[in-house]
Design a protein around this ligand. Structure first.
Ligand SMILES: Cc1ncc(C[n+]2csc(CCOP(=O)(O)OP(=O)(O)O)c2C)c(N)n1
Ligand SMILES: [Mg+2]
Length: 625
């Protein structure tokens, strides 16, 4: 054997390779694959499992309870570290592998890196069909892992050891590429994982993946500057790309210099501090009145690192100025061209810096600034009203829970949420301090994200208070990783809001003629509907049984004490609170398109359809650049 090779199994080679990969941006170097989550079965125990024990000194291993949750944890970790570090997730074949699909979709939609390593059937087909193998009668090379293809940014099945070499390199390239990143899948046939090969030594050499900051094209920059200079009512929409690029300072400098106001998407909130004079808070269906009013009258919308989801555009109804134009600064041409925009395809920070420089001396009208500052003051009163609790001994409403939390958190705290009625309340109300504070997964809005994501964030930011805000529905979807937090001694904090079902979808259902059908957690009544008494289910006891310290709060006052105690706790701690369903959050300022039954016998759906058609009529198509 030549001195320049090392004989290892494919799984051992992969682990060694992954342990030697780094990213670098702005002079800072990090492990690209900081650790590996894993649940073992016959599809990975003898291959990757053996490799992870063999190389435990260079590759940290984390034990999860559910494969989807392990991806959520990895996503939380990657987002907290601005995509400069990811984690791998290894699973068995079959159900372990397909449990990855939801997490993979979430990662890819949110443009966050995660490396998926599902086991796969024997490349040799020697013992087909294996336990858990899907036998496709026509396409013999199909396995359940093919379900990961449409939700992966790169996919390969490693059917021979040496095929790992080019594929592992491509996988790292995609994970570290700001324009391409997302879930990356290397499916690993069980027999190949355990097979030995003489690997070239240089495969295991340290490798640094430079995370580029592409500058804008000069022609595009000139056009962008001209568009901004000629706009009378420009509005910036800050998306998640601002955070990924760590462009918050550059955005602030642009807003300071030009007076252009900044509204933010769920992913972009916190791009400016809430008390910055140009910060308008959230935009779109769950936006603030000031953001949405400005959006309706903006003549130039400047999207920075945003995908323009339907929540942001109010399903195509938000931007109503007859001559509105769009200028989109984005790392991908795909997102930059949306709404027929002028494009500025570049890194957010570099692009914003160059824009600010090229706009030197330009400032929006003083009257425009005065207009949005007055709107911002009105918005502050809306927040105060929603947060205020006059009766300390009353059961809190959900917005009062947020008010109490708002008073307790510091600038460094991270607040995580993904689904239910909380995302809307948070987008409208939360006063984001630090750029990492507002952690909303609203690309996939996946119930069950919060608890595992809190673990990933806590791993990435030891010592930082990390809060998972969780509805009762979300809790029941995926409480499993509480056990992982307990095992790893991660002092994550969970605020568990009990309102006996899906308040969010219940409200939506009512507004679209669905009569809240199937959205409350209640006993089945004599007529067959779920309208009986609330269920005698004790989620606080459930959290305690999984190892959390639990604080039950029945009143606003008790909640204040419980949250303060949880904030300094050094163990995983749950604050359990039942909320007053009568509490009203501020209403939606803009529409969201959820199509209503065109024919129905029930009056609720008929009137909902009339309202729906009036809204649809307001939709615009933006085709002029
Ligand atoms: C995995 C998943 N399934 C279904 C949905 C659709 N959905 C969105 S919010 C919601 C209800 C959430 O209930 P809960 O966590 O109790 O929050 P609440 O609505 O009561 O505030 C559902 C079913 C989803 N977002 N994710
Ligand atoms: Mg609920």
């Amino acid at each position: 054997m030549s001195a320049a090779t090392r004989r290892l199994t494919t799984a051992q080679a992969l682990v060694r390779f992954l342990a030697a990969q780094y990213t670098e941006r702005d002079g800072a170097r990090r492990r690209l694959i900081a650790g590996t989550w894993g649940i073992f079965g016959h599809g990975n125990v003898a291959g990757l499992g053996q490799a992870l024990v063999e190389y435990a000194d260079v590759m940290p291993y984390h034990q999860g309870r559910n494969e989807q949750a392990m991806v959520h944890a990895a996503v939380g970790h990657a987002r907290q570290l601005n995509r400069l570090s990811a984690q791998a997730v290894t699973t068995s074949i079959g159900p372990g592998a397909t449990n990855l699909v939801t997490g993979a979709a979430l990662a890819t939609i949110n443009r966050l890196p995660v490396l998926l390593l599902p086991g796969d059937y024997f490349a040799s087909h020697a013992a087909d069909p294996l336990l858990q193998q899907l036998e496709h009668p026509v396409e013999a090379d199909v396995s359940v892992n093919d379900t990961l293809r449409p939700v992966s940014r790169y996919f390969d099945r490693i059917t021979r050891p040496e095929a790992l070499i080019p594929s592992a390199l491509q996988a790292m390239r995609v994970l570290a590429d700001p324009a391409e990143t997302g879930a990356v899948t290397l499916a690993l046939p069980q027999d190949v994982q355990a097979e030995a090969y003489d690997w070239p030594e240089e495969f295991f050499a340290e490798r640094v993946w430079y995370v580029r900051r592409p500058a804008p094209d000069p022609v595009e920059l000139d056009a962008a500057v001209a568009a901004v200079r000629s706009a009378r009512r420009p509005l910036i929409i800050a998306g998640g790309g601002v955070h990924h690029s760590e462009a918050e300072g550059a955005l602030r400098a642009l807003a300071d210099a030009t007076g252009i106001p900044v509204a933010s998407t769920q992913a972009g909130k916190g791009s400016l501090r809430h008390d910055h004079p140009a910060d308008l808070g959230g935009i779109g269906h769950t936006g603030t009145a000031v953001s949405d009013d400005l959006a309706r009258t903006a003549d130039l919308v400047i999207g920075v690192g945003t995908r323009y989801t339907d929540f942001t555009t109010a399903s195509g109804t938000l931007f109503q100025h007859p001559d509105v134009r769009f200028l989109n600064l984005n790392i991908t041409g795909f997102d930059a061209h949306k709404l027929a925009a002028r494009t500025l395809v570049c890194d957010a920070r570099t692009g914003l810096e160059q824009l600010t420089e090229a706009l030197a001396g330009h400032r929006v009208d003083a009257a425009y600034e005065a207009e949005y500052r007055a709107g911002k003051e009105r918005r502050e009163r809306v927040v105060e009203d929603a947060y205020r609790a006059d009766d300390e001994h009353a059961v809190p409403t959900q917005t009062q829970v947020l008010g109490v939390l708002d008073a307790i958190v510091g600038d460094e705290d991270v607040v995580i949420n993904a689904a239910g009625s909380l995302p809307g309340d948070l987008h409208k109300l939360w006063r984001a301090r630090g750029p990492r504070q507002y952690h909303l997964e609203y690309g996939y809005s996946c119930m069950g994200y919060e608890i595992p994501a809190a673990i990933g964030v806590q791993q990435a930011a030891p010592g930082t208070p990390v809060w998972a805000l969780v509805g009762d529905g979300t809790y029941l979807m995926m409480p499993t990783e509480i056990v992982t937090a307990v095992q790893e001694r991660l002092p994550v904090k969970m605020v568990l809001i009990q309102n006996h079902g899906y308040a969010s979808i219940g409200g939506l259902s009512e507004s679209v003629g669905g009569e809240r059908f199937g959205t409350a957690y209640r006993h089945r009544a004599a007529d067959g509907t779920f309208t009986g008494a609330p269920l005698p289910v004790d989620l606080a006891a459930n959290a305690a049984s999984l190892g959390m310290d639990v604080l039950r709060a029945k009143t606003v006052r008790e909640l204040r004490h419980a949250l303060a105690e949880a904030r300094t706790a050094d163990r995983p701690t749950c604050v359990y609170v039942e909320t007053d369903p009568a509490g009203t959050a501020p209403p939606a300022e803009a529409w969201w398109d959820v199509p209503v039954a065109e024919v129905a016998s029930r009056a609720s759906a008929v009137t909902a359809r009339e309202r729906y058609e009036a809204q649809v009529a307001g939709r615009r198509r933006h085709l002029s650049s």
